[in-house]
Design a protein around this ligand. Structure first.
Ligand code: HEM
Length: 498
C-alpha cells in the first residue's frame, strides 16, 4: 500500500470522527436549543494554547466566570456540550428549587454518570429516580443510620484521628524542623487530610481500623487499599471501558489485568462478613422498634452497624447486597469530600490571620487552653457557631445568593445553630444539594470537618508557604469528584500562645 493511501486512510478516519462529533453536538444542541444562555463546548484538556479558555471549564473559578460572562443575564443559565451529552449549569436559587424539589420527580439522575457507582448493585446514590419505592426504602434505612449515636461516636473518632496523625507524623517532623531553626513544617494537605478522613471513615463507618498511622492491622490495610482501588481504577475503568460501546468487551480483561477483580472480592467478602456479624448481633440483642433487650452484646455505633440495625427495625426492607452497596457508597461519598473541604478551610485560614485568631478565640473560650484544654466533641458542634460559619463560608461560592461572594466573610452567616440550619434548607447554601436527594451524610461531614479543624487549631497556627503574587506559585484548582486546592503548601507552626 502506498504512503499516500495510508495518509488518505488516516485523514478519512479523522474526518469521520470529526463528523461524528459535529453531528452529536448538533443533535444535542437541538435538545437544549430552547433554553437561554450561551452554548459552550466542554473539554478537560487544560493546556491547549489559545483554544483552551474556550474548551475547558473545569475549575469552580472558571465555571463562575462562565456563568457571569456567558450566562443568561436573568438566570445565569449556561449550556455546555459534553459531545456525547449536554450539561446545563443552574445557579439560580428559584430554578434550583424548581429542579430539585418541585419537579424533582421529572429531573431524574443520568444513567451514564451514576452507573459507575454500581460496583455492588444499585444504592442510595445511584438509584436514578428519587420518587421510586426502591430509593425510598434505601433512604428510610440510611436516615436511621445517621443517628446521633453514630455522629457522637464519629466525632470522638475524628478528634483521635487528628491526634494519631499528629503523633505518628507531624510531631517527629516538627521536632526536627524546630531544631533546625525553622518555624514549622510544611504539610501535604491532600495526603494528610485524606489519611485522617480515611481513618475516621474506617472506624466510624465500618468499625474497622485501616491501620493508616501504624502497621498493626494488616487486614485493615488490605481492605483500605482495595477500597481505594475501587474508588480510583474501578470508577475510571467502568466509565471509560466498561460503559464504552466500542471497548466494553475489554472490561473483564482490564479488571483482571489491573487487579480490580481481586480488590472487589476483598471488599465484598469483608463487607458481607461484617453485615452478617452485625445482623447476628442485632438479632441477639433482640432489637425491634427501637427497643433493646439486655443480652450482654455490646452495642456498636459505627455507620454500618447502625445501618444494619435500622434495616432490622424497618423489618429488613433492604437485602444484604443492598446494604453492602450502600456501605460502599458511604465510603466513596464520605471520604474525599470532607478531606477537600478541610484543605480549602486550611488554605483560607492560612491567608487570613485575623479570622484564624477569631476562630481560635472561640475554640479556647469553649474548650480551654494549653494543658487545661479538652478535645472537641459532638455537643460542642451547635455551640461554636463561628467555626461552623468559617466552614460554611469555605464551601459557599454563589453570587446569586450573596453579596461579595468571592470575599471570605464568615460573619455573613447567622451566629446561632438554628438559624445556620435554616439557611441550609432554603437554597441560600447548597454545597450538599437540596430536595430529597440532598446529601444524607451532610451532618456527618459537617461534624467531622468541625471536629478535625478545631483539634488542629488547638495545636497549631496555619501559614501559607506559597508566594501568591507569583503566578507560577499560585494555588490551582485540581478537578476530581470535588475540586481541591493544588500546589498548596500549608505551614503548621506550634501555637506561640500556649
Ligand atoms: C463536605 C462533604 C460532603 C459534600 C460537599 C457532599 C455533597 C453531596 C452532594 C452534592 C450530593 C448530591 C449528589 C448527587 O445527587 O449526585 C451528595 C449525596 C450523597 N452524599 Fe454527600 N457530601 C459530603 C459528605 C458525605 C458523607 C460524609 C457521606 C457519608 C458518610 C455522604 C453520603 C452521601 C450519600 C449517600 C449521598 C446520596 C444521597 C441520595 O442520593 O439520596 N456525603 N453529597
Amino acid at each position: 500500500m502506498a504512503l499516500s493511501e495510508i495518509i488518505l486512510g488516516i485523514v478519512c478516519v479523522f474526518a469521520a470522527i470529526l463528523l461524528f462529533f459535529l453531528i452529536s453536538i448538533y443533535n444535542n444542541y437541538k435538545k437544549v436549543s430552547h433554553i437561554p444562555g450561551a452554548f459552550q463546548f466542554f473539554l478537560t484538556f487544560k493546556n491547549i494554547p489559545i483554544i483552551s479558555p474556550y474548551l475547558s471549564f473545569d475549575g469552580h473559578k472558571r465555571m463562575e466566570q462562565l456563568v457571569k460572562t456567558h450566562g443568561d443575564p436573568k438566570t445565569g443559565l449556561v449550556r455546555l456540550s459534553m459531545f456525547d451529552r449536554n450539561m446545563v449549569v443552574v445557579s439560580d436559587r428559584d430554578m434550583l428549587k424548581e429542579l430539585l424539589v418541585v419537579k424533582g420527580g421529572i429531573f431524574i439522575k443520568s444513567w451514564k454518570l451514576y452507573e459507575v457507582f454500581n460496583a455492588f448493585g444499585k444504592n442510595i446514590l445511584s438509584i436514578l429516580d428519587g420518587t421510586s419505592d426502591s430509593w425510598k426504602n434505601h433512604h428510610k434505612v440510611a436516615s436511621g443510620a445517621f443517628a446521633s449515636k453514630n455522629l457522637e461516636y464519629m466525632s470522638r473518632v475524628a478528634s483521635k484521628s487528628l491526634d494519631l496523625c499528629k503523633e505518628s507524623k507531624w510531631d517527629g517532623e516538627m521536632e526536627k524542623a524546630l531544631k533546625e531553626g525553622k518555624e514549622g513544617i510544611i504539610i501535604d494537605t491532600n495526603a494528610d487530610f485524606s489519611d485522617i478522613t480515611l481513618d475516621v471513615l474506617g472506624k466510624a463507618a465500618f468499625g474497622l481500623d485501616f491501620s493508616i498511622f501504624d502497621e498493626t492491622n494488616p487486614e485493615g490495610r488490605i481492605f483500605r487499599k482495595s477500597l481505594e482501588k475501587m474508588f480510583t481504577t474501578g470508577v475510571i475503568l467502568k466509565r471509560f471501558v466498561g460503559l464504552n460501546p466500542v471497548l466494553s468487551w475489554a472490561f473483564p480483561w482490564a479488571c483482571k489485568y489491573t487487579g480490580l477483580d481481586k480488590a472487589v472480592k476483598v471488599v465484598s467478602d469483608k463487607l458481607d462478613a461484617i453485615i452478617a456479624e452485625r445482623t447476628r448481633e442485632v438479632e441477639l440483642r433482640g432489637m425491634e422498634d427501637g427497643n433493646t433487650s439486655e443480652t450482654g452484646v455490646e452495642e456498636r455505633k459505627d455507620l454500618l452497624s447502625v445501618l444494619v440495625e435500622a434495616n432490622f427495625i424497618q423489618k429488613g426492607i433492604l437485602s444484604g447486597d443492598e446494604l453492602k452497596s450502600d456501605a460502599y457508597i458511604f465510603s466513596l461519598a464520605g471520604h474525599e469530600t470532607t478531606s477537600t473541604t478541610l484543605q480549602w478551610v486550611c488554605y483560607e485560614l492560612s491567608t487570613k490571620p485575623d479570622i484564624q485568631n477569631k476562630i481560635r478565640e472561640e475554640i479556647d473560650l469553649h474548650l480551654g487552653k494549653g494543658v487545661n484544654a479538652r478535645a472537641p466533641n459532638f455537643d460542642d458542634y451547635p455551640i461554636m457557631n463561628y467555626v461552623n460559619a468559617v466552614i460554611m463560608e469555605t464551601a459557599n461560592r454563589s453570587d446569586r445568593n450573596w453579596d461579595k461572594p468571592l470575599e471570605f466573610i464568615p460573619e455573613r452567616y447567622p451566629m446561632n445553630a438554628e438559624e445556620q440550619l435554616r439557611i441550609q434548607h432554603d437554597f441560600t447554601w447548597i454545597p450538599f444539594s437540596m430536595g430529597n436527594r440532598k446529601c444524607i451524610g451532610f451532618k456527618f461531614a459537617q461534624i467531622e470537618a468541625f471536629t478535625i479543624l478545631v483539634r488542629l487549631l488547638q495545636f497549631y497556627e496555619l501559614g501559607l508557604d506559597n508566594d501568591e503574587s507569583n503566578p507560577k506559585d499560585q494555588i490551582v484548582d485540581v478537578p476530581g469528584v470535588t475540586v481541591r486546592p493544588g500546589n498548596c503548601r500549608i505551614i503548621l507552626k506550634p501555637r506561640k500562645d500556649l
